[in-house]
Design a protein around this ligand. Structure first.
Ligand SMILES: NC(=O)C1=CN([C@@H]2O[C@H](COP(=O)(O)OP(=O)(O)OC[C@H]3O[C@@H](n4cnc5c(N)ncnc54)[C@H](OP(=O)(O)O)[C@@H]3O)[C@@H](O)[C@H]2O)[C@@H](O)CC1
Ligand SMILES: Nc1ncnc2c1ncn2[C@@H]1O[C@H](COP(=O)(O)OP(=O)(O)O)[C@@H](O)[C@H]1O
Ligand SMILES: [K+]
Length: 508
């Protein structure tokens, strides 16, 4: 599913109006009907409703919703903010329609002075001040109104976007001046800023309403941002032939686990083995040998000469993919071994955790990474890698997108919506996964899965997309069965077969 920018939403709006064809005001009426239905489905007509409408089309939507609610016997008070004396055409038409509607009892057009109504618990505030056309942070009277609404105990429903929130970049926004909605009914598509954790407190519960914007228009608009859809994975899936031999299914190398962190190596190796690969070799310090042999009997051991840490690059000629980093520690000799390993390896590589931390301490090495390298940082690891602190997720994502392009790398910025930044500048958000996965070792499992898929024969982009999706899906199945509080990283491996079965079952 594509994610459109504010400018593209306007383009799409225009395209729909020209090609459906439909009049702009009728498109607004359609949006308002969808919004009204969503509201009336949840709140009965004994709920007192206060509607705040802005001067643009978001305000136009709000006025139309107010009229429709009043016609359905809701008690509605409407405030239209026309401070600059300039309303959009469709907002003007809806003001006219509202004033002609006998069911509307209270309508105030605010031109300068504004005496705010009492907002109480049990009331419903419809926030239609600003939507996708907001072009600067809210200030002055609008900022005061937002604060007034936010401190009230009324329930707040935002139309399209919580007023004050930009659809993309909120780096320089004033967060105190953004509506904190209980529910946001967004029109047609999720906006980019909805994918960032720090914005969730503004959005509340998110619902997407289909308002019938042109499907052709959406198809023809190219975007950098999208949300992965399961169906996009189907054509990418490789099938295991009946006559497959383990030699055809790939040989993966996992380099992980300093002494005391053998668990990271175990998780990554087990996850790798469960991802369809023919054989897995694991390189780990001498003292981890016994625990590895007992925990993962299927793996072949390649023991480092050091007792407690990774010190020597492995001859990588026979491997189809390498995953390096989980629990590796950050000894200086491990860092030298890491870069030596990377220089010596022809096969695709996944770098995670301490592998990334060691690169962060030797940032000049980033330039030496081979094209197509996969890195899987969580936000803190990414900040170390970039050598920069970012004030919000948008800034961080923009930096990761830039780094992916510069280094020709695949960077998975992990989080609730992990974002795959591709070398071609595209960004794909993963929709699977849940808060149950916020538990130590979850990332090690992802490294194992992606390494396994690469060795199994998937190209980098496919391995990343499929890997993120399966990892999250396994987490979702685990959470369904165990509850989010009790999921641990091993569960992500235990439920991985069900995630594979789900996806491969649909395709075969
Ligand atoms: N395709 C769709 O999805 C459809 C979308 N529809 C709806 O349209 C909405 C988008 O409408 P929109 O483009 O008119 O923009 P909107 O958010 O109302 O704001 C623009 C107004 O705000 C003003 N303004 C901006 N920033 C400001 C600030 N900080 N402080 C003060 N003023 C500020 C700006 O003034 P300007 O600065 O340009 O002079 C202008 O007057 C969208 O969210 C959805 O609800 C549906 O009706 C149908 C289909
Ligand atoms: N709240 C969440 N919702 C969805 N996925 C999550 C959530 N928290 C963590 N995850 C996933 O779990 C993994 C955690 O990785 P990471 O932070 O590297 O953990 P660790 O270092 O403990 O292995 C990532 O793939 C991330 O996307
Ligand atoms: K709004």
């Amino acid at each position: 599913m594509k994610i459109f920018t504010g400018a593209q939403i306007r383009e799409l709006d225009k395209y729909t109006i020209e090609h459906e064809p439909i009049k702009s005001i009728d498109l607004m009426e359609r949006a308002a009907r969808a919004l009204t239905r969503a509201i009336t489905d949840r709140w009965g007509n004994c709920t007192k409703v206060v509607v705040f409408a802005g001067p643009g089309n978001n305000g136009g939507d709000a006025l139309a919703v107010a009229r429709m609610l009043a016609e359905r016997k809701y008690s509605v008070s409407v405030y239209l903010f026309n401070i600059s004396g300039k309303l959009s055409d469709d907002c003007t038409t809806n003001r006219q329609r509202l004033t002609e509607c006998k069911a509307v009892k209270e309508f105030t057009e605010v031109i300068n002075e504004f005496d705010p109504p009492k907002l109480e618990s049990g009331m419903l505030v419809v926030d239609g001040l600003f939507g996708s056309g907001l072009n600067k942070p809210l200030a002055g009277g609008f900022a005061s109104l937002v604060k007034y609404i936010n401190q009230s105990s009324a329930t707040v429903v935002s139309i399209d976007v919580p007023s004050g929130l930009m659809t993309e970049d909120n780096t320089y926004n004033v967060r105190a001046n953004i509506i904190k909605a209980n529910v946001t009914f967004t029109l047609q598509n999720k906006k980019l800023s909805f994918f960032f954790p720090e914005n969730q407190k503004f959005i509340g519960e998110l619902n997407v309403l289909d308002i019938g914007l042109s499907k052709d228009g959406m198809k023809s608009l190219s975007t950098h941002y999208s949300v992965l859809e399961e169906s996009e994975l189907y054509p990418r899936i490789l099938h295991r032939g009946d006559y497959s031999h383990k030699g055809d299914m790939g040989h993966a190398l996992i380099i992980a686990g300093s002494y005391g962190m053998a668990g990271a190596a175990i998780l990554a190796t087990k996850a790798c083995l469960r991802s369809g690969v023919g054989k897995v070799t694991v390189c780990t310090p001498r003292r981890n040998n016994d625990i590895m042999q007992v925990s993962v009997p299927e793996a072949v051991m390649c023991i480092d000469k050091e007792e407690t840490y990774f010190s020597e690059a492995v001859d990588a000629t026979d491997f189809d993919a390498i995953g390096i980093g989980p629990g590796l520690g950050q000894q200086e000799s491990s860092a030298i071994a890491l870069i030596t390993q990377i220089r010596r390896t022809q096969a695709p590589i996944v770098i995670d955790a301490d592998g990334l931390n060691m690169l962060s301490s030797h940032r000049a090495w980033l330039q030496q990474l081979p094209h197509g390298i996969i890195m899987t940082p969580h936000p803190k690891e990414y900040e170390r890698l970039a050598g920069n602190h970012f004030s919000d997720s948008y800034e961080r994502l923009a930096s990761a997108m830039d780094m992916a392009e510069r280094l020709h790398a695949f960077i998975i910025l992990k989080g609730h919506y992990s974002a795959l930044c591709m070398p071609d500048g595209n960004i794909v958000f993963n929709p699977t996964g849940n808060a149950g996965m916020a538990t130590a070792g979850s990332g090690d499992v992802l490294t194992g899965i992606i390494t396994g898929l690469l060795a199994r024969g998937y190209k980098q982009a496919d391995a990343c997309l499929l890997g993120m999706y399966l990892h999250g899906l396994s987490g979702d199945i685990a959470a369904q069965s165990l509850g989010v509080e009790s999921v641990v990283a091993s569960d992500l491996i235990n439920y991985l077969p069900q995630a594979f079965k789900h996806l491969y079952g649909i395709v075969s």
